[in-house]
Design a protein around this ligand. Structure first.
Ligand code: ADP
Ligand code: MG
Length: 363
């Protein structure tokens, strides 16, 4: 396979601030290897919101083109950089001109369908074709995630004669779809974590202007670049970012609905996220078990925690897996998506008293 050098992509970090794709060397190597060997199934990449999936997909676009692939990138919820809502390698645009013209004006599920259509057309005309479908589950509906993955699997299993290799990446922050997609053998699942300390420092150094010390930012973000972006946008006010999370996820309502057991376990999980699974294993009654399971599921659905950090096999991760570090909310088995997510829960628990007035006050 012909391989040309590729450059690191420029990414929009905030208004007027551009950064160069930093670090993630291991991920880039893994991607090159996959593209060289060819994939057997679509690969769905899960990871905390803001961990850098979209950034990685944009860099992947660059890598794949340098390897001779015709690439289609789609992101139906992209609202900042229009040129990244749908993008097709320049050398193939004329083949799909008509569909592409319609697609550019579309959003949501229709845009995803058109991107898949373009992928289908190009698969019959080119030897190496890649589809990078970023954040598509929200657009097509979380309950339809598996159907879309199955559709994509068909391309890999029954490729047109002309197609030598297909490459398919699907990106999602919706941890709740993971079990649905994972229960069939229709896709390979890879998990991506926040940036490593050194990698994150490379990004931090690129942020202009006066900024808090690296240590402080690391302790707040745990290496989540999206949280760094939020902090930057809110003039480094962690409180504003925390309030934003509380509002966006409706955390007050969530906390209100918790039973006493759930509240107690949640409080413990702030100190150690593994308390969730420990308490589940210890639960004596069926009801207690059910309540803790519901709590864990809700935290996953709200994109606050990730529950598979204990999986250590290499091939399930893209880039480096997280290492246990309770200071930034990473346990052996469960992790807060970032320390700021954890703070949002801590603050809501503290300020939002239990609405059940029948309980005696605790000291
Ligand atoms: N490896 C990286 N190098 C430089 N900047 C990054 C990197 N990863 C993420 N970012 C920055 O952080 C922001 C959030 O990352 P993004 O890729 O949108 O996260 P996700 O798609 O996982 O929610 C991006 O807008 C980008 O500016
Ligand atoms: Mg994204």
């Amino acid at each position: 396979m012909i391989r040309m050098a590729y450059s690191r992509v420029k990414l929009r970090f905030a208004r007027g601030v551009e950064v160069t794709f930093a670090n993630r060397d291991k991920a880039l190597k893994q991607i090159e290897k996959l593209a060289e060997e060819g994939i057997y199934e679509p690969i769905v990449i899960y990871g905390p919101e803001g961990c850098g999936k979209t950034a990685l997909f944009k860099q992947t676009y660059e890598i794949l083109e340098s390897m001779g692939y015709t690439v289609i990138y789609v992101n139906p919820i992209e609202d900042e950089e229009e040129e990244w809502r749908i993008r097709v390698s320049p050398d193939s645009r004329s083949i799909v001109e008509d569909v592409l013209r319609v697609a550019v004006g579309e959003k949501g599920a229709t845009l995803v369908d058109l991107a898949i259509k373009i992928f289908g057309i190009l698969s019959k005309r080119r030897k190496l074709v890649a589809l990078l479908a970023d954040d598509i589950f929200q657009a097509v509906g979380l309950d339809r995630a598996e159907i879309y993955v199955k559709r994509l699997l068909n391309f890999v299993e029954y490729p047109p004669e002309e197609l030598e290799k297909a490459f398919i990446f699907v990106g999602s922050s919706e941890g709740i779809t993971k079990t649905r997609v994972g229960r069939h053998r229709w896709a390979g699942i890879r998990i991506m974590w926040n940036m490593s300390r050194d990698g994150f420092r490379e990004l931090y150094e690129q942020i202009p202007g006066e900024k808090p010390q690296f240590e402080e930012i690391w302790r707040l973000t745990g290496g989540n670049p999206g949280m760094l972006k939020k902090l930057y946008m809110y003039s480094w006010s962690a409180d504003s970012v925390i309030d934003g999370i509380i509002a966006a996820r409706g955390l007050k309502r969530f906390i209100d609905r918790l039973s006493d057991t759930q509240r107690r376990v949640l409080l413990e999980s702030i100190e150690d996220p593994d308390a969730l699974v420990f308490r589940l294993r210890e639960a004596r009654t069926r009801q207690e078990k059910d309540e803790i399971i519901t709590l864990i599921d809700s935290l996953i659905e709200l994109n606050l925690i990730v529950d598979d950090v204990s999986i250590r096999s290499e091939h399930i991760w893209i880039d480096e897996p997280p290492t246990t570090d309770r200071d930034i909310g990473i346990g052996d088995e469960t992790a807060w998506q970032s320390p700021l997510h954890r703070e949002a829960i801590r603050k809501t628990l503290k300020t939002h008293q239990h609405s059940d007035n029948t309980r005696p006050p605790t000291s």
